[in-house]
Design a binder for this molecule. Structure first.
Ligand code: SAM
Length: 231
């Protein structure tokens, strides 16, 4: 983990919600297996439309709660290691009465590593930290290794949606997709990167980018991975 795990001192409201409501929403390293076991109880229903989506680095969680409220029959899990963001998410989820969202407080890479394969219908990565200095580029979430992980955990034809206001990060994603043999399993759904996908909800970081006069890039990647064969 390279980013901040804590910021400003938590408000008393944040402390209260973390103490009293986070327990019900948290998926921890030790209970990931159970989480998926429970989810798979409704696997048949998932085939009938119920889906599972992951949001990596949800920040203040405005996008996470928006999509969860819009699709009450689907399940959502958000990963972030920033405690202040987790506290905001817990407040929003609780106050909105959402029953279909869980939180993993930690590194999304770790969550993916601990998850069973081919479970995720879609993944959102919105305004990931761009790490612009060349000496830090290995810290970027999109890497050859993480694309492999994402491809394994997404279902076939599952979508990875990435938004960024950094041209550097946009080029980095393109290059990573193109460079590595296995990463070619992902393909762009469209070459129009300036138009947000249908159902887009502005995030706090997009708002910041707009105020600073920066345009964003919206990328939708399909997981073309062939279905696993059993030998
Ligand atoms: C630039 S902020 C964007 C927040 C939000 N997505 C938005 O658009 O407003 C990046 C967020 O990703 C989180 N983050 C970065 N790397 C992460 C990782 N490996 N696992 C989980 N969260 C991560 C940070 O803590 C931060 O909250």
């Amino acid at each position: 983990m390279y980013g901040r795990t804590k910021g400003r001192k938590l408000s008393s409201k944040q402390v209260f919600f973390l103490k009293n409501h986070f327990g019900d929403l948290a998926v921890t390293q030790t209970c990931i297996k159970n989480y998926f076991k429970k989810l798979n109880k409704f696997k048949d229903q998932r085939k009938g439309g119920k889906k599972l989506y992951l949001e990596i680095g949800f920040g203040s969680a405005e996008h996470l709660v928006f999509i969860a409220e819009r699709e009450p029959n689907s399940q959502f899990i958000g990963c972030d290691y920033y405690l202040n963001g987790v506290a905001s998410a817990v407040i929003k989820i609780t106050e909105m009465g959402l029953k279909n969202v869980k939180i993993f407080h930690g590194d999304a890479k770790h969550f993916l590593q601990l998850s069973p394969d081919e479970q995720l219908d879609g993944v959102y990565l919105l305004y990931p930290d761009p790490w612009p200095k060349s000496k830090h580029y290995k810290r970027r979430f999109i890497s050859d290794t993480n694309l492999d992980l994402l491809s394994d955990k997404l279902i076939k034809n599952g979508l990875l949606k990435i938004a960024t206001d950094s041209k550097l990060y946009f080029d980095h994603v393109n290059l990573t997709i193109a460079k590595k043999k296995r990463s070619k399993l992902f393909g762009f759904e469209s070459n129009d990167f300036s138009t947000p996908w249908v159902g887009w909800k502005e995030t706090k970081y997009e708002e910041k980018a707009k105020k600073a006069g920066r345009n964003s890039f919206y990328m939708v990647l399909k997981n073309y991975k062939a279905e696993k064969k059993c030998f």
